[in-house]
Design a protein around this ligand. Structure first.
Ligand SMILES: O=C(CO)[C@@H](O)[C@H](O)COP(=O)(O)O
Length: 258
C-alpha cells in the first residue's frame, strides 16, 4: 500500500506500509487531502477577494478552469487572470485545468502567469507525451483529465510523466451539475492503477462534489476534491466558506481508506 504524499509546494515523498502502521497511514493520507475551490463559481468581479476568502477559510489550492468555447461550450478565463491572482498576492498553488484545444501553445503563457499544476484532456492534444513534457519543462506539475465517458487508457504509457490524474464527475463546461455516480468505479480503477504503478500521483475529482458526497468520493480513492458551487455560495463570506470546508474536512476525517 503506497500513500501518495505530494506537498502543497509540489515536493514529494513516499511512505510504505513497512515504515508506517496502517492507522498512521490512514491518518497521514487523510491529513493530506486537498480541497480545491473552483473559481468558476466565484464572484468574478471580486475574484482576488473571493480567492483570499476561500484560502483563509482553509482551502489548499485554487482550481482555475480554462474554457475556450471550442473544446467545451463555454468561455472563461486565461493567463491574464492567473497572473492577476498572483499579482494580487495569492501564494497558494494554482491548479490550471485546460479545457482547450489545441493545448500546447497556451502552456507557456500559463506557466509564466504562475500556474503550479497544468492539466489537459488527452483528446485535445494529439501528442500527449510531448504535452506532458512541455508542461514539466516549465517546472509545473503535469496532469491528464478524463471526461466521464473517456477510459483511463491514455494514462497507461505515460504514468512516469504524470503528477496528477483528474477525473471529471460531470461533463465539462459548467458548474453546478450533479455528480455522475459511475465516477466512483472509475476512481477505484484509477486508484488501483496509481498504487500499482508506485508513482506519486494525485487523484483529483471535479464536479458535483460537496459535503454530502465527499466521504464516499474519498473512500473510492480521490485525494483532491474540486468544489465550486458547494463552496462559493451565498453569503459570499470567509465565514460561510469556512463552514463548508470544515464540514468537508470532518466528513473526510470519517472516511475509511482501504
Ligand atoms: O471544470 C468544471 C466544470 O467544467 C468544474 O471545475 C466546475 O466548476 C465544478 O463546479 P461544481 O460542480 O463543484 O459546482
Amino acid at each position: 500500500f503506497v500513500v501518495p504524499t505530494a506537498t502543497v509546494s509540489g515536493a514529494s515523498t513516499r511512505h510504505t506500509s513497512s515504515s508506517l502502521t496502517m492507522a498512521a497511514e490512514n491518518a497521514y493520507h487523510k491529513k493530506d487531502f486537498w480541497i480545491a475551490p473552483s473559481i468558476l463559481s466565484a464572484d468574478m468581479a471580486k475574484l482576488g477577494q473571493e480567492v483570499d476568502n476561500a484560502m483563509s477559510a482553509g482551502a489548499d489550492i485554487v482550481h482555475f478552469d480554462v474554457m475556450d468555447n471550442h473544446y467545451v461550450p463555454n468561455l472563461t478565463i486565461g493567463p491574464l487572470v492567473c497572473k492577476g491572482l498572483r499579482d494580487h498576492g495569492v501564494t497558494n498553488p494554482i491548479d490550471v485545468h485546460l479545457m482547450v484545444s489545441p493545448v500546447d501553445r497556451i502552456v507557456g503563457d500559463f506557466a509564466e502567469a504562475g500556474a503550479s499544476f497544468i492539466t489537459f484532456h488527452p483528446e485535445a492534444s494529439p501528442h500527449v507525451d510531448r504535452t506532458l513534457g512541455l508542461i514539466k519543462s516549465y517546472g509545473c506539475k503535469a496532469g491528464l483529465v478524463f471526461n466521464p465517458a473517456t477510459p483511463l487508457d491514455h494514462a497507461k504509457y505515460v504514468l512516469d510523466k504524470v503528477d496528477i490524474i483528474l477525473l471529471m464527475s460531470v461533463n465539462p463546461g459548467f458548474g453546478g451539475q450533479s455528480f455522475i455516480p459511475s465516477t466512483l468505479d472509475k476512481l477505484r480503477e484509477a486508484r488501483k492503477m496509481i498504487d500499482e504503478s508506485g508513482y506519486d500521483i494525485r487523484l483529483e475529482v471535479d464536479g458535483g462534489c460537496g459535503v454530502a458526497n465527499i466521504k464516499e468520493i474519498a473512500e473510492a480513492g480521490a485525494d483532491m476534491f474540486v468544489a465550486g458551487s458547494a463552496i462559493f455560495n451565498n453569503p459570499r463570506t470567509e465565514e460561510n466558506y469556512k463552514e463548508t470546508i470544515d464540514k468537508m474536512r470532518s466528513e473526510l476525517a470519517d472516511a475509511t481508506i482501504a
